[in-house]
Design a protein around this ligand. Structure first.
Ligand SMILES: CC(C)(COP(=O)(O)OP(=O)(O)OC[C@H]1O[C@@H](n2cnc3c(N)ncnc32)[C@H](O)[C@@H]1OP(=O)(O)O)[C@@H](O)C(=O)NCCC(=O)NCCS
Length: 210
């Protein structure tokens, strides 16, 4: 156990046996922090893009929040963004894409999880020069039962310390601009919004130097 949050909630390292739980948490929080179950026709793809590869490729920075009812969240980090994106683009995504049809680029025809199938066939990781000051990145998602208990802030501070120890200069996070709760949360941890012409508009980028 790494942090005892009380009431049966603890932070620990994630294990390979947590992959199903990582996919579940990712799905239950995948619609700008809300449950994406009704939107997706493939319940696994969100987690296979945003959660499981981090446990596989950066296991030292992969943590789960255990609760009395099982895994209730994760905090995943990657100290070296270009390194993990290269492995996801060259290994992880092609292996998944081989089993999925490519829905093609016409977004007006996409249904349900087509956005994810397209992303897996056509990886488009965002790491322009303006983010090089913040080479680490990560993801945090907690199920409702774990929210509002300071688990996110204490867990993220723990993650920030671990990432800073690697010598990384800073961290960036991608957030849905509609996820006002998460934007406020990251603000309390010292992250600020970065705007730049090289960054896509449909995502908010929050950054913080170590
Ligand atoms: C966002 C999230 C990680 C925050 O974790 P948390 O443990 O609930 O947050 P904390 O209890 O540590 O809150 C710390 C501070 O952040 C702010 N904050 C947290 N959640 C907030 C929310 N939903 N709305 C507004 N402010 C919020 C508050 O200022 C809070 O301080 P307070 O408790 O004194 O009011 C968590 O709610 C979550 O996983 N939500 C769903 C998934 C998600 O949106 N993930 C982020 C995707 S980018």
């Amino acid at each position: 156990m790494l942090i005892d949050f009380g009431d049966g909630f603890v932070l620990r390292h994630a294990e390979p046996s947590d992959h199903a739980a990582l996919r579940n948490v990712c799905l239950k929080t995948g619609d700008s922090g809300k449950d994406a179950t009704a939107r997706e026709d493939d319940p696994n793809l969100l987690g296979e893009i945003y959660a499981v590869p981090y446990r596989v490729y950066a296991p030292d920075f992969a943590f789960v929040v255990d609760s009395p009812e099982g895994v209730a969240g994760y905090i995943l980090g990657a100290p070296d963004t270009p390194a993990i994106y290269a492995r996801m683009r060259d290994e992880w995504f092609p292996r998944l894409a081989a089993k999925l049809r490519d829905p093609g680029p016409d977004e007006s025809r996409w249904q349900r999880s087509d956005w994810a199938r397209y992303a897996l066939h056509h990886p488009d990781f965002v790491y322009p020069e303006v983010l090089h000051e913040y080479p680490a990145h990560g993801h945090i998602d907690l199920l409702e039962v774990a929210r509002g208990r300071q688990i996110g802030s204490r867990g993220m501070r723990y993650m920030l310390d671990r990432l800073a120890e690697t010598g990384a200069k800073g961290m960036h996070l991608q957030v849905s601009p509609r996820n006002f709760g998460a934007l406020k949360f990251y603000g309390t941890l010292g992250f600020s919004l970065l705007s730049h012409e090289s960054l896509p508009r449909h995502t908010a980028f929050m950054v913080r130097r170590f």
